[in-house]
Write a protein that binds this ligand. Sequence first.
Ligand code: NAP
Ligand code: GDD
Length: 330
Amino acid sequence: MSDRTALITGITGQDGSYLAEHLLELGYRVYGVVRRSASENFWRIAHIRNDIELIHGDLLDQSSLDQAVLRSEPDEVYNLAAQSFVPTSWEQPLLTGEFTGLGVTRILESLRRLDKEARFYQASSSEMFGRVREVPQTELTPFHPRSPYGCAKAYGHFITVNYRESYGMHACSGILFNHESPRRGLEFVTRKITHTVARIKYGLATELRLGNLDARRDWGFAGDYVRAMHLMLQQEAAGDFVVASGETHSVREFAELAFAEVGLDWQDHVVQDPGLIRPAEVDLLVGEPRKAREQLGWSTTVDFAGLVKMMVQADLEWIERQRNKRERLP
Ligand code: NAP
Ligand code: GDD
């Protein structure tokens, strides 16, 4: 049993839910910052709802972040909250900058003024590499972001490094490559594919509309990646770490494997939709996680094929449960 306390922003998101589970298993007391909403969005944390404490707050509101820090008195703070969907960042570039960029400074400011000893994790992103300057990408690869989201994340990364260097804070930036799971939002390409595959299998849909099939990503399992976040904050010295599988696959390959999982041919169902092509694309991401492996002792437990299978199977089960629920309705 640990006597440590963690504060997580973005606890209702994919990573927040896996990280909270992991920290609870390690014996942490876990607090989460949640936005007030007319209708609660707690489905990812419903199973641990009684084991964690939720505090209302918003990355736009400094005083609510101060209160969250004062109330939780954290040893470790994980800043996972962000506007995280890349296409939305072209529709709402200013809001994305406020949440995903300046929001990092707000929480760092709360810590600098109120709890400088707390260790800080910033959820940085491989999206910062954008039009990649080298393959594979390491902690030293220069950034060339290709979206307002990527630009905001680059700001969040550098302000984290700056607070470490300016104030001696234990502030880490985890440069995480794409990581997925059955808890992934439905708008991201992997979950969009696996959810639609399951719908097609059950006769609820016939086609899957996708944008760029040639884009390549380094995909891993979110449950593995949150362990790296925690390991970073256990190091004596804070630093930056690339967290990736080291493999790259195209959207086409992901779709092909997902349809094959249910005995279907992707070419019979996938339709390319020019409306889904982005104003500027990140064509190829592949990370070099050597530093995380060697310094953190981190490794993955789920490979690409295992991830696709896990997500398709979970979506098949999810649709089955929905159908049963509907059949039981009076
Ligand atoms: P996600 O599922 O989209 O979750 C985002 C979380 O941020 C949600 O809990 C959301 O709350 C919260 N949030 C958004 N705006 C907020 C605000 N203004 N104030 C307080 N909370 C706010 O994202 P994820 O996939 O778990 O990713 C976690 C973090 O890692 C994000 O920062 C993301 O940009 C970054 N990242 C993700 C990946 C990946 O592949 N998943 C890779 C690299 C970096 P609501 O539930 O209220 O919307
Ligand atoms: N979302 C989506 N929908 N993407 C599509 C589609 C589609 O219908 N068709 C093709 N794609 C391509 C996109 O153009 C992109 O190249 C790739 O699939 C992955 O898109 P997303 O799953 O939306 O993820 P992302 O790579 O843009 O961003 C995710 O990973 C980042 C880390 O690199 C998000 O989780 C970010 O928050 C994260 O920082």
